[in-house]
Each structure stands twice: as structure tokens, then as C-alpha cells.
Design a binder for this molecule. Sequence first.
Ligand SMILES: *Cc1c(COP(=O)(O)O)cnc(C)c1O
Length: 390
Amino acid sequence: MSTSHFRAALQRLTGQSLRRALSPLESASGPVVDYAGRTVILLSSNDYLGLAAHPRVIQSAVEATERYGAGSGASRLVSGSLPPHRSLEAALAKFKGTEGALVFGAGYLANVGVIPNLIGRGGLILADRLCHASLIDGCRLSRADFRVFRHGDCAHLETLLRRRSDNRRTLIITEGLFSMDGDVAPLDDLVRLAEQYDALLYVDDAHGTGIMGAGGRGTIEQFGLEGRIPFHMGTLSKALGSYGAYVVGSDDFVQYLLNVARSFIFTTALPPAMAAAASAAIAIVETEPERRARLWANRHYLFKGLQNQGFRLTATVSPILPVLIGDAAKASAFADRLLAHGVYATAIRPPTVPDGTSRIRFTVTAAHTTDQLDEALQAVQRAGRETGLL
Ligand SMILES: *Cc1c(COP(=O)(O)O)cnc(C)c1O
């Protein structure tokens, strides 16, 4: 294979408006960032509570680095399990009300490590159609049979459950708060179906963690289902402003995973700084509910503004505000015009979302001021008119 092969593949992606590129942002934490020498309003970050730049979170990361070093030096099971990992796991278990917690290097690693140890060859996985790529890859690694049910459609799921042969081991997979549509799974009905049909339920609450529920404990708290879902996962990388992921559940479950999950065993432990930062972020989530209040006020403000301008949004109930465009080229053009008017919000295109559902996924955070949101809304309106969307 010569390099001309790579060039041809890239040209095909360009032709389909599906080519991706890294963006030259000077800072990851918003709400205002430098982009190619200009100051723009960032509406693409998952740092929903603005904790990535919180002084106490940064201070914890710095102190842990000074005390324990930049890297962990080895995997958790060898010599990389340090005090910041252990404190974080204790804090997560307490926050989530479970016996135990296990920290993984990333959400991607958690999903590909956990799912193949919940089910294997001969089993049946039923996953929501909009599940994240890391969940799908975990399903593939498991070698179980894999079917999708229509997004959020429990009637469809029940049809698939009824159709399966008796006693077949079954795993239902969903996100809590869906990353690309901003809506929530019907968790109450999913729990009922899992119980009724004797299936396991695996919830990925990467986006719900820190923002959903009165206590910020996530989508499961929002539904009042804490205690009814034996285990689930979430990440430290979105509202918690750090990096890494967790799985919470019983002690036995945690001990089982650390013995079998290959993406836990065969990888270096999370850097101490990231673990300490996440612990500090959890403490802030628990003690500063006003950040969540501010996030939701901003969310309602931007949602109303976009709706009043006449944009079509998904059925979102969260700070993820996807404006549906459909065509990938149009979505890219819209994002380009937005940037020209001082707003950074990326176009989300296939394969991240299904064909024909390209969108601009605006995300708002607790850190945005009302002035910034007003300015952003003006830019959105202008860009919408210039690209013929309004
Ligand atoms: C971001 C995300 C992940 C991956 O988490 P990382 O820590 O970024 O690897 C997994 N699942 C969902 C639903 C996500 O949104």
C-alpha cells in the first residue's frame, strides 16, 4: 500500500464533505477561546460546569503531580495504583451510593473492557441505535449477536426480547443522556423490561454525570432509579472536567472487572493528576449546586433563542442543543460561517451520526454569560441566513 492510497481515501472523504481535521484552538476551556489569532465563543465543549479551568480542580492536579509524578509508571495491578486513584474510587462509590467503583483510563476503554465481560459468544445484545462508537466496539469484541432497537423505542425493544429463544443471556445497552441528540433514554421502562425479561442492563452516562439529577449524580438519579440498576459507567472527561472513566457497582463486580477487563489490566494507570482533578470536581458537584442551576438557566436561554429563530432541534432535554441540518456539506458550510462570525461549534457528520442527520451540536456551559449567548445567537442567525437555512 503506497501513500497514494491514503491520499485517494482522503480525497473521497473531502468529496463527501466528511473529511475531518484538527482545529487550532489555543485553549480547551471556554467559554471564550483563541482560534487562529481570533477570539471566538466556544459552543462545542463537554466541560458543562466549567470545571476543567476551576482553580481548585487545577490545584489538585498540580499538587498530585508534584507529589506522585506526571505519570503512574505502571498499570494499576502492577505498581501504578496510587493514593489519588484509591481516593477517587472511594469518592465515586460514595457519590453514586454503590459498594465500589473502578476507574478506567478513558470511557472508550471502559466500554470495550466491560461489555465483553458481561456477555460473550451465544449471547444477545440489544442496543439503542444511537449508542456511542465505544459501546458498539465493546459489543463487537464480545462476539455476542448484536441487534439495535429504534432510538428510545421500548416497544421495539420488547418485540426483540419476545422474539429471542428462551433463557438466552441478554444484555440491553443504552446511553443515559445521549451524546449526539441530547435526549434521555426511557430508563424506567428499560429497567422494567430488563427485570421482566431477565436481561442485564448497561447504562453509559458519560454526558449525564455531574449535570443530571438534583444532586448531579446523573440520569439514573434523575429517574429515581438509584439502587434499581446494579452497575453503570460514566466518564470523568465531560462535566467533571478531567479525563478517564468509572464503573460503579457491587464490590464483587469491581473485583471481577479488575481481574478480567483487558482494557483495565493491560494499560498504564490514569495519571495521578487526572484522578485528583476528578476527585476535586466531584466535591464541587456535591457542594456547589448553583453551577448546575446556572448551566440549566443558560441551556433554557440558548434553546429558546435557537427555537425562536426557527431552527429545527432534536428532542433534546439537556445542554446539548443539536440543530438538525441533514446534508453534511451544508452542515460544514454553516459551521464555517459561524466561525467567520465568531462562534466555534463543530458540524457533526456521519459516521458519528446516521446518514442524512448532520447537525451543528451546540453545547452550552455554566461558564457562558448571557452577553456571550446573545452574541452567539446573533452570529447563528447571520450564519443561518447566509447558508439558506433560515
Ligand atoms: C465521550 C463518550 C465516551 C468516551 O469517553 P472518553 O473518556 O472520552 O473516552 C463514551 N461514551 C459516551 C456516550 C461518550 O459520550
